[in-house]
Design a protein. Structure first.
Length: 264
């Protein structure tokens, strides 16, 4: 654990993935108003799935009920299983606000944050990326969501340097130029995922949500280029979370990703 923590976030995650032969980022898709019950549920879930996952993703709606002490406790439990913890904030504000948010996240123990690129770099995410990388933390940029309505916005045609492109392609280009550690691309749109994978050519890691209940296939997402699979309800709400996590881990690990091409 100590040796891994000296590495950058992306390197730590890759090391864990290789050691556990897993691509699973477990999303805590839990709705429980009692913080005490939720803490117990998280402890139980991690004890049953730890060997099959590499990271835990906590959405901000789950952070709200917790005190700083309680949130730190949950992250400490994850770290005790050698699991990285990602804050799914979809961070989207001006730099002073963003850095205040991430400073708090790093203080309670988070290893990475998901950010929305719409705020831009200068005066938006610049200080977040600089501070995160200095501290060995990760910044994952949202490029294309997994819900069906995502195409209404991410698929919009925009002008970039006088040329027409899709909004999600512009987000991707910016994520690459900013030095992001990863990008979020829904596993429910294999055509989009495949195209992005070809452009990325492993320069950043692709995190794909929407696997399982939302209709995304773990095997097909990896074939299309996903490096990590964000899986929530298919494990969290399974009758046997241990078995569900093992099956997804095994099915997705043996799959080979498609070939890649250079950025045009």
């Amino acid at each position: 654990m100590r040796a891994l923590k000296r590495l950058a976030f992306r390197d730590r995650l890759r090391s864990l993935s290789s050691a556990r032969k897993s691509r699973i980022v477990l999303a805590l898709d839990i709705t429980n108003p009692s913080t005490n019950r939720l803490r117990r549920e998280v402890r139980d879930l991690l004890s049953r799935t730890a060997e099959s996952i590499v990271a835990l993703k906590i959405n901000y709606h789950l952070m709200l009920p917790f005190s700083k002490k309680e949130l730190t406790e949950i992250i400490t439990v994850a770290h005790s299983h050698n699991i990285e913890v990602i804050a799914d904030m979809k961070l989207n504000d001006i730099a002073p606000t963003n850095i205040n948010v991430t400073s708090y996240l790093w203080e309670v123990g988070f290893d990475a944050v998901i950010a929305n690129p719409i705020a831009g770099f200068s005066g938006g995410l610049d200080v977040v990326l600089e501070d995160a990388h200095r501290k060995g933390k990760g910044v994952i940029v949202l490029v294309y969501m997994s819900n069906s309505g995502a195409k209404e916005t991410y698929g919009l045609t925009v002008l970039s340097e006088g040329k027409e492109t899709s909004l999600y392609h512009e987000f991707l280009r910016r994520a690459l130029s900013w030095g992001a550690d990863g990008v979020v691309v829904g596993g429910t749109r294999l055509d989009v995922l495949r195209g992005i994978s070809g452009i990325v050519a492993h320069r950043v890691d692709i995190f794909s949500p929407g696997i399982g209940v939302q209709g995304g296939s773990a095997k097909e997402a990896v074939e299309a280029g996903a490096d990590y699979l964000i899986v929530g309800r298919s494990v969290v709400r399974a009758a046997d979370p241990t078995k569900a996590a093992i099956e997804i881990r095994s099915d997705s690990w043996i799959v080979q990703q498609k070939g890649t091409r250079s950025l045009p």
